[in-house]
Structures are given as C-alpha cells and as structure tokens.
Design a protein around this ligand. Structure first.
Ligand code: ZN
Ligand code: ZN
Length: 250
C-alpha cells in the first residue's frame, strides 16, 4: 500500500494537529484557557502549576515556537519535579514520555527551553521572592489559610472537608495571581547550551527469569542469564517527591 494514501477516515480532525489549540492559547497569552487544560492534567489548580503555565508561555513566545510536535526539536531541561513542572510540560509540549523533557535533579524551580535547529535557548527561573509574594497575597485575602495549610498539607491531619476548602483556596489564589505581571515572578535570560543528543533507540531483551521485556541497557547478567534489574536484585534510580535516589527491590 502507498503510504501517502493512508486512510484517516474515522480519526478525529483534532488529533491530526493536537497541539494547535494550546499553541493558539500560548500565542494569545490565554492563561485562563491553559489553566483549564492544566487542571485536567494536574488534577487541581494551584499557584505553582499556574506559575509553570505563565513561565512556559513566556519561554515559548520568546523562542518563537509555533509547532511543537513532541519530536525532540524543542527540548526542555527541567530542574524540579513538582506542580510547576506540570505547567511547563503542558505549555512546552516537552514531556517525560516524548523524551523532549530532560530532568536534572537540581531542586530549582527553573527550566531551559531550547530549539535544536535554531540553536537558541532561554532559561527561566522563579524569583526567590515569588513564594513570598504569593503568600502575602494569600494572607491578605485569606488570613486563616496558613493554619489550614499546615494542618492539611504539612501535618496531613485535615478532614476531607478541610481538604476541599484548601483546594478551593488554591483555585482562588491561582486566578488571583493572574493580576500580577510576569516580571514579579520570573527572570528570563538567553543562554548558550549544547543541545542534548536525541533519545537513542535501544534493543530489547527478554528477562530469562520473569519473562518481561527489558531495554538492553537495563538488562543484567546473573548466573549467565540475561535478567531484569528486579530479578537481579540490583540497584536502580527512582524519581519521586524526594528527587532521584538509588533503590533496590528486595
Ligand atoms: Zn499543584
Ligand atoms: Zn525479570
């Protein structure tokens, strides 16, 4: 069959160019529109996902990006894994799954967006006083919020009702933040960096103990058998709320 004649009947028009709506929102600085999309991905709206969206919009427009397609032409190097990074993934289209998102475990609310072809890159960082500004805004409007936050989030002792109240508060503050200009929250600078290599394609093996398929570089040799890391009881890296650390499944 001729590949140029692939029949796309029955496939929604939208998925043929799925980033178009988001791209238009980015170009129009439609943060509220992006917040609806981010809420679907992130599960809630909060100040840091909103900051991520605004920072992502800034960097994308600065880079002059028009058609991000998740094919590693535009790469994002992110330095944190938190609510902020979901705002960045949504706006830049660089995700964990499409290998356009590179995670550096630096614990900073910062990212660098680069276009490999243009060899252009911008680094955006959340200003150190941004959190203070958000909490000032929050304290002024909702003085009892701090105590509730401590109870529900820090001590994890809140009731489901208190959890919902806090979610509503996060929602309110996320929208309230939109009244403050970008410069209050971020610094953006053009940087020169070496583009990272494209994601390589590796061969696979079948673990001779559990029968699951494994990427070649994660295969281990145990008693002359090719096995996976858990079957070899070897150490591996795990990314979680504490960043990257080495683990071992016993
Ligand atoms: Zn969040
Ligand atoms: Zn195995």
């Amino acid at each position: 069959m001729n590949l140029t004649e692939i029949d796309l009947t029955g496939i929604p028009e939208f998925v043929k160019n799925p980033r178009q709506r988001i791209q238009e929102m980015i170009q129009n600085h439609d943060i509220k529109g992006l917040m609806e999309k981010a809420a679907e991905l992130h599960g809630h709206l909060c100040s840091f996902v909103t900051l991520g969206l605004r920072a992502g919009v800034m960097a994308m427009n600065k880079l002059g990006e028009e058609a991000v397609d998740g094919m590693e032409r535009v790469i994002c190097i992110i330095e944190c894994n938190n609510c902020f990074s979901d705002g960045i993934q949504l706006t830049t289209g660089c995700t964990f799954g499409n290998n356009a998102l590179i995670f550096r475990d630096l614990g900073k609310n910062s990212f660098t967006l680069l276009n490999r072809e243009k060899k252009k890159a911008f680094r955006v960082t959340v200003r150190p006083d941004a959190l203070e500004k958000i909490s000032k805004l929050q304290k002024r409007a909702y003085p009892e919020a701090e105590e509730l936050f401590q109870k529900v989030v820090t001590k994890r002792q809140g009731t489901p009702e208190e959890g919902q109240v806090l979610k509503n508060l996060f929602l309110r503050v996320s929208y309230d933040l939109l009244s403050l200009p970008e410069e209050e929250f971020f610094t953006l600078q053009e940087v020169t960096i070496e583009p990272e290599k494209s994601a390589p394609i590796f061969q696979s093996h079948i673990c001779q103990l559990c029968g699951e398929k494994i990427m070649e570089t994660r295969a281990r040799l145990k008693e002359e058998k090719i096995v996976c890391i858990p079957c070899a009881k070897d150490r591996f890296f795990q990314l979680d709320g504490s960043g990257i650390s080495q683990k071992c499944i016993d």
